[in-house]
Ligand binder design. Structure first.
Ligand SMILES: Cc1c2[nH]c(c1CCC(=O)O)Cc1[nH]c(c(CCC(=O)O)c1C)Cc1[nH]c(c(CCC(=O)O)c1C)Cc1[nH]c(c(C)c1CCC(=O)O)C2
Length: 353
């Protein structure tokens, strides 16, 4: 199937992920297709967020917007981690300015019965696979296309909280009051995520990232019990299945705020570990073995500074990571009120290295 896609012209990010030499440091940016771009905001006036996700032509167009503007080294498919809870039967709305909203979250353990399982991923999430295949063609081999999914604990916390939360106290309450039931739900999410990521590879994704965005709410012990086993399960099952299909695709894990677990995360089988800006890259390098690539980690707020300050911060960051086994990125998604010009300064500063 891969042979049907246009030939890849820039494989820097894949080479860096596998620890091969690169002529220049690859860079992409979390939320590179997003509200900081006027062309994205114009689209959002006309289209609902999940309608864009569900319409391959629209999702493809949004994915390509930052690629047209900047010399990025990867595209990431426009979608959201919450398409998995939707496939499990939850209604999720994206309220402009408020973020995600579940109309009926998991409010008691009796609600587990409402979860639709097993999920026929090829049917329920076909729209994502179609968007990936279309985008892979439309990219014309310019850069690799990344796929992604949310990690089980992060999705579980959304399904229980029903939206954002400062403390995650409802979902953490489940972990302490109903550990067995929590494991059951985490297992259900894991199974569908495995099929989903395999489907993305079959559809044309060339690298995969798993977002454990809510790692910061757990601690070493709860992360070890409720996050780590599922992150391991995902990488091992996906890697083994795609290997049987003849693919070798690098996988990245991002446990935001989860530095306390960096050593354990390094043992799971991911090729790349993304870090946020609250850890010094030199410290991360010490805790992650050198057969793993690091990705990150400029403070997204650094892009509010003037050009010379962005350049200095980027230079400083790259010096700390070193050029080997490194993919440049921000430490979290780009903020909606960042000047698009500032992103160009960041990307050029990485490439000038
Ligand atoms: C936690 C999480 C979500 N979604 C995602 C995560 C993990 C990464 C992270 O930690 O940020 C992942 C995600 N969401 C989106 C992408 C697209 C690809 C890309 O990075 O460009 C990706 C990779 C689009 C999006 N997802 C969302 C938008 C903005 C929606 C809008 O236009 O109204 C975009 C472009 C909405 C979203 N989606 C989510 C939230 C909390 C919000 C609201 C807050 C916000 O806007 O940043 C859940």
């Amino acid at each position: 199937m891969a042979a049907e896609f246009p030939k890849l012209q820039n494989d820097r990010i894949l080479r860096a992920a596998f620890g091969e030499e690169v002529d220049r440091i690859p860079v992409w940016v979390m939320r590179q297709a997003g509200r900081y771009l006027p062309e994205f905001r114009a689209f959002r006036v006309e289209h609902d967020f999940f309608k864009i996700c569900r319409t391959p032509e629209l999702a493809c167009e949004i994915t390509l917007q930052p690629i047209r503007r900047y010399p990025l080294d990867a595209a990431i498919i426009f979608s959201d981690i919450l398409v998995i809870p939707q496939a499990l039967g939850f209604e999720v709305l994206m309220k402009p300015g408020h973020g995600p909203h579940f109309t009926e979250p998991l409010s008691s353990i009796d609600d587990i019965a409402r979860i639709v399982t097993p999920v026929d991923v090829d049917k329920e999430l076909k729209y994502v696979f179609d968007a990936i295949t279309l985008t892979r063609h439309k990219l014309e081999g310019k850069v690799p296309l990344l796929g992604f999914a949310g990690a089980p604990w992060t999705l579980f916390s959304y399904m229980v909280e029903g939206g954002g939360s400062k403390t995650m106290s409802k979902s953490k309450a489940w972990l302490y009051a109903h550990p067995q039931e929590s494991h059951k739900v985490l297992g259900i999410i894991t199974d569908v995520t495995v099929d989903y990521l395999i489907g993305q590879v079959k559809a044309g994704a060339q690298m995969l990232q798993v977002f454990e965005s809510h790692a910061e709410y757990l601690g070493p012990d709860s992360f070890k019990e409720f996050a780590l086993p599922y992150l391991r399960d995902i990488v091992q099952r996906v890697k083994s299945a795609i290997k049987d299909l003849g693919y070798s695709i690098p996988m990245t894990v991002f446990a935001k705020g989860g530095h306390y677990a960096l050593s354990e995360l390094s043992t799971l089988g991911y090729d790349v570990i993304q870090i946020d800006w609250t850890i010094n890259p030199e410290e991360a390098r010490k805790r992650v073995p050198d057969n793993i690539t690091l990705q990150g980690n400029l403070d997204p707020c650094a892009l509010y500074g003037p050009a010379d300050s962005i350049q200095n911060a980027t230079k400083n960051m790259v010096n700390k990571f070193g050029k080997r086994r490194y993919i440049a990125n921000l430490g979290h998604g780009i903020y909606p009120d960042v000047n698009p010009e500032s992103l160009a300064v960041f990307i050029d500063a990485v490439h000038d290295f």
